[in-house]
Design a binder for this molecule. Structure first.
Ligand code: CP
Ligand code: NVA
Length: 307
């Protein structure tokens, strides 16, 4: 594995391997601490957008493994503006052992990976959010019985988080259903990629507009913001369309009592999810956020460790 840019780039075995490593690192950490397998290693964290979870979990992840992370905020590099992406990559590779980048245009992480000799990790682009998906798969596994047939349903905007969730579900042989309003579908390319992965693994991808139909038999109901970072000028238009897709107690009552609710966070409470559900007994929101740490440590260990 050279980079971690998209779930679709990795085989089911690679993904299962990362999940196993994440579970081991989590256990080890909870049992007293990790081995310093990244001693002396450093990670540059390039952010074009704000972040709480991604920034803190990567920084703490490096620290737990004996390494060091450097935060580079949106105003500092001006990726592709102050300096070309090739030059940024060429400079950083001489200072650090890895680059994690959160960008708008997905092409920018692809370019960073192309121009740098050190591994690049996608910390969210407009196309996808693979670190989130890996952490979410860990959370889903922890909540489900082994060998259980799993159905993941995403309700809301067909955005970056939905795309990675669809791709990892398909890789792991889980069924994936999305309910989104007309005109807010995942990209055609993302759907084609998902369908081709599903064909190989035998999972089923279903695309609907009715959230009630979509959550029937779901083991997981997942939602995310109606307006992603970079789409702020569409907020009003989106707020007019999305209310029927709110994950609330009335919707949850129509699902199985064992269904868990997930959200990558930040949540816009009262919009895509209500307090009652986010803080209710079926919510996995905080365990899911905490698993970012463990899943990303597995990615860092895989990409940066000499062992
Ligand atoms: N879920 C997630 O990536 O959160 P942040 O935007 O806070 O990093
Ligand atoms: N879809 C959201 C995810 C934030 C972690 C966004 O891109 O803003």
């Amino acid at each position: 594995m050279n980079d971690f840019l998209a779930i679709a780039d990795h085989s089911p075995d690679e993904i299962r391997g990362l999940l196993e490593r994440a579970a081991t690192l989590k256990k080890e950490f909870q049992g007293g601490g990790n081995q310093p397998i990244l001693k002396g290693k450093s990670l540059a964290m390039v952010f074009q957008k704000p972040s709480l979870r991604t920034r803190v979990s990567f920084e703490m992840g490096m620290q737990h493994l004996g390494g060091h992370a450097i935060y580079i905020g949106p105003s500092e590099i001006g990726l592709g503006q102050r300096e070309s992406i090739a030059d940024v990559a060429g400079v950083l590779e001489g200072y650090v052992d890895g680059i994690m980048a959160r960008v708008f245009d997905h092409q920018h992480v692809l370019d960073l990976a192309q121009w740098s000799d050190v591994p690049v990790i996608n910390g969210l682009s407009d196309y996808n959010h693979p670190c989130q998906a890996l952490s979410d798969a860990l959370t889903i596994q922890e909540h489900m019985k082994q060998d259980q047939k799993i159905k993941v349903t995403y309700v809301g905007d067909g955005n970056n988080v939905a795309v990675s969730l669809m791709h990892i579900s398909a890789k792991l042989g889980w069924d994936f259903t999305i309910a989104n309003p007309q005109g807010f579908d995942m990209s055609k390319q993302a759907i084609e990629v998902g369908e081709s992965i599903a064909k190989e693994s035998g999972s089923h991808i279903t695309r609907l507009t009715d959230p009630v139909e979509a959550i029937q038999d779901a083991d997981v109901i997942y939602t995310d913001t109606w307006t992603s970072m970079g789409q702020e000028e569409e907020t009003k238009k989106r707020e007019a369309v999305f209310p029927p897709y709110q994950v609330n107690a009335a919707l949850l009552a129509k699902a199985k009592p064992t269904t868990i609710v997930m959200h990558c966070l930040p949540a816009h409470r009262g919009h895509e999810i209500t307090d009652e559900v986010a803080d209710g007994p079926q919510s996995a929101l905080f365990p899911q956020a905490h698993n970012r740490l463990h899943a990303q440590k597995a990615i860092l260990a895989e990409l940066l460790s000499d062992a």
